[in-house]
Design a protein around this ligand. Sequence first.
Ligand code: KIV
Length: 282
Amino acid sequence: MSTYNENKCPVKKLTTRDLKNWKKGASRQQISALTCYDFQTAQLLNETNLDIILVGDSLGNVILGYDHTISVGLCEMEIFGKAVRRGAPDKFLIMDMPFGTYATFNQGVENCLRLFQATRAEAVKLEGAFPHVLEIISRITDSGVPVMGHIGLIPQSVHALGGHYQHGKDEASRERLIREAQALEKAGVFAIVLECIEKTVAAEITSMLSIPTIGIGAGRMVDGQILVINDLLKMGPNRPPKFCQPVADFYSLKKEAITKYIETLTLPPTPTTNYEIGHIHS
Ligand code: KIV
């Protein structure tokens, strides 16, 4: 957790160096991270001791109503990223690179620099450890852009992977995840998201790396946890994923409040003469 002064203001914005030092042990702490997509929620998070905000491409699902994250574009990420930056100027902000914006080396480098600069984020996140992604990561970290990696269930590759399922359940999958995590660390990422990974494999990867791991559906033996804020607060009608235990039910609360408000509405008094109607309209 970050440190706060008596005015509840963060004493200092988190840095990638802090995160790496936490992992080293002396001041070890669990990293807390949540997604965020809008100005007012960002303002709220800015007043908490949350460590990291991710403007995830999950905004495609929970904000824009797409079926998957594949439909999210760079312009959308830029709009939401700028809104979150305005609301949470004191937080370590990470921008997800959306599908198709880093499919080739040149395009990837250019788009990562563009989104990083336009949103004034502290870092970007790329999914997967494919050879060209590793090359993009090396180049942009050399150019001063911190990168967070993401392995396991990588939603932008959901069709290539053949659906949503837990990774690391067999030996081939375990070995692949370990290879990917090590390759990402070598390429220069400052942290890695482990999504839907068997918990013993996530623990093994965490103990192997010198950079922090942030889990989502990957058990507790990781260096931090990240969740989609809309799942944590149950903002929508659907059941959140199994690994997320909501801390509130804002969908029901809001529905109830709006229903009550509608019930308080009464018809305006009926005008008594035609003259009054004419007078109002003139
Ligand atoms: O887009 C997103 O919200 C994410 C998190 C689930 C890690 O990538």
